[in-house]
Design a protein around this ligand. Structure first.
Ligand code: ADP
Length: 401
């Protein structure tokens, strides 16, 4: 079955049209500058060169119609008409406590997603706009919501509660939710396949290290802990996000720098992380270049990142009572051997031994990079959230893959 996967942001709409059975990507693209001047759609078919189409897109509804026009176009399209789209899968960032799984979108589901707007004010509203635009443009085509938070809903209360007055949890839903769930689920399942072991028998630590980074502990097929929290600001230091800090720093900086709450939030989200430490860039490639030229703060940022990864790996092995596999995924971990090595450095006492030769040879492809006799296997598995969303959509629609 062919699924259109939609990831709607505030002024952009990323999409992939793919065969959920074999994973073949028939088309991928992005509608950019929705609601702004000089809007355009960039689309490539079957992995070919992209075509850029200049189109007026005052809102998401028009953007979805233009994407459908691009997909069905005689010149640069990939299907004859819309009847070849069997279902639409939407990435929805926050499902709160309401959604522990993907779900067919109904009016009630939309109400529940709206109920999570407060928890993800930057993401859920545009996600909903994308859903409604697709409903309008494709009446009768099943629409499925796949949540970034759903995989983490299996965490026990001792892992997801914060030691704050309990009423904040009851009144405002203040707890750990975790994100990147679709990716953690996909790579942990894939690790079991690559290791030839039942998913339910394994203790896996998944490290999603990209623009945003998070680590999860997956025991016997269920997430039991993860590093992001109420929001994606928690856990590891990221490109521009601070990750875990002493919470007292917030009011301390507010007073010292005379900042209001909004300004501090901006600093923690946009000016911190490896960018804040290095003063160079949020892109790890730039940090490696700078560190190579002797830039001390770039080296410090990289050292901090690797050290923090190590601490989470150690903590999650303790949380699960052991670990069978450590999986690296997303832009940084798929492409950078030194980060993987640093994140597992000195962990032989836990049975984690990376083979430096195998590790250096791997970039952006599936591989086992631990030594042959390493008790804990270390894997690189490129994430594929779109394929995971397409498969979830097919499953929810009861369609055979
Ligand atoms: P997202 O999907 O969260 O936007 P990605 O998973 O695509 O992010 O990761 C993007 C990040 O991957 C970039 O910020 C860049 O720092 C990092 N990256 C890509 N290639 C490399 C590399 N060879 N070495 C280190 N980092 C890399």
């Amino acid at each position: 079955m062919n699924v259109l996967v939609i990831n709607a942001g505030s002024s952009s709409l990323k999409y992939q049209f793919l065969n959920a059975a074999n994973g073949q990507v028939l088309a991928r693209g992005v509608a950019e500058r929705i609601g702004l001047s000089e809007a355009f759609i960039k689309q490539s078919l079957n992995g070919g060169d992209p075509t850029t189409l200049t189109v007026d897109m005052p809102n998401h509804k028009v953007a979805v119609q233009e994407v459908l026009t691009a997909l069905t176009s005689d010149q640069h399209g990939v299907i004859k008409d819309m009847s070849e789209i069997d279902a639409v899968g939407h990435r929805v960032v926050h499902g709160g406590e309401k959604f522990a799984s993907s779900v067919l979108i109904t009016p009630e589901v939309k109400r529940a997603i709206r109920g999570c707007f407060d928890l993800a004010p930057l993401h859920n509203p545009p996600n909903m706009t994308g859903i409604e635009a697709c409903e309008d443009a494709m009446p009768g085509v099943p629409q499925v919501a796949v949540f970034d938070t759903a995989f983490h809903q299996s965490m026990p209360a001792k892992a997801y509660m914060y030691a704050l007055p309990y009423e904040y949890y009851e009144k405002h839903g203040v707890r750990r939710y975790g994100f990147h769930g679709t990716s953690h689920a996909y790579v942990s399942q894939r690790a079991a396949v690559l290791l030839g072991k039942p998913y339910e028998s394994l203790k896996i630590i998944t490290c999603h290290l990209g623009n945003g980074s998070s680590i999860a502990a997956v025991r016997h097929g269920r997430c039991i802990d993860t590093s992001m929290g109420l929001t994606p600001l928690a856990g590891l230091a990221m490109g521009t996000r601070c990750g875990d800090i002493d919470p007292a720093i917030v009011t301390f900086i507010q007073e010292k720098e005379q900042l209001d709450a909004h300004a501090v939030d901006e600093i923690l989200n946009k000016k911190s992380g490896v960018f804040g430490i290095s003063g160079v860039s949020s892109d790890f490639r730039d940090l490696y270049d700078a560190a190579g030229e002797g830039h001390k703060r770039a080296s410090l940022a990289l050292d901090m990142f690797k050290y923090q990864c190590r601490k989470f790996i150690g903590a999650y092995a303790a949380a699960m009572g052991g670990v069978d596999a450590v999986v690296f995924t997303a832009g940084i971990a798929e492409n950078n051997a030194d980060i993987r090595l640093g994140a597992c450095d000195g962990m032989g006492y836990m049975g984690i031994y990376i083979d430096p030769y195998k590790n250096t040879a791997v970039k952006g492809r599936e591989a086992i990079v631990s030594t042959d006799d390493s008790p804990v296997k270390v894997l690189v598995i490129p994430t594929n959230e779109e394929l995971a969303i397409a498969r979830e959509t097919a499953r929810i629609c009861g369609m055979a893959l």
